[in-house]
Design a protein around this ligand. Sequence first.
Ligand code: F6R
Length: 242
Amino acid sequence: MRTFIHNDVQVLATQAADAIQEVLSSVEHPVLGLATGSSPLAIYQELITRHKNGLSFGAASAFTLDEYVGLPKGHPETYAQVIRNEFTAHVDIDDARVFSPDAFGTDVEGAPARYEDAIVGAGGIDIQILGIGSNGHIEFNEPGAARDSLTRIEELALRTRQDNARFFDSIEDVPTHAITQGLGTIARARQLVLIATGEGKADAVAALARGEFDPQWPATAVAQHPNLLVLLDEAAASRISG
Ligand code: F6R
């Protein structure tokens, strides 16, 4: 795991965008893994700026990591919609090649397996952007998630729903379930870029930096990934020991 610490989030975003640009320029049909949440927003802004300056996403496909179950299709807080608004609508990626778990169709139960097949069919993820929850979740792999878990429907931890209540009128409106890529799915991406800022992430980041898988801190499932870049500000890095 390579760690880069800087207090200017723009500098962190530049590091991530450099890694993504390298994939776009070296892979014929690049496959991007996109995360939602607030942490990656600076990365998307940086990529949009680079697109305005000529960086093309025309050959790329993208897979989001998760989707709430229970929101109507098109709801502004569905992750399909959030990713569109925050990123993909502002670059030249083909909309038809931006994929999200289908939490809206008639067969929601079958959606996770179909999503796994779609990722494998696309050749796997070349570079995956990740955020991390204050409880150490990545995507909606909550504490206790199996290290080799695949895409599935998960019940959300109360703390995650509390964290995400800021996007809804009240916590009662936050869905209780989501389809999420599994820890095993995420670990199969060829490159991972995890971004975390703020003291609230410090315990989760410290667990990741210990480098051992600890089921209480799901993000530790990727700690031994051979190509993991972790971008932190000093607050998020403040409890890393050693
Ligand atoms: C990403 C996701 C979550 C967030 C995490 C951190 O698709 O669903 O794992 O990355 O909850 O969220 P923020 O960045 O808002 O602190």
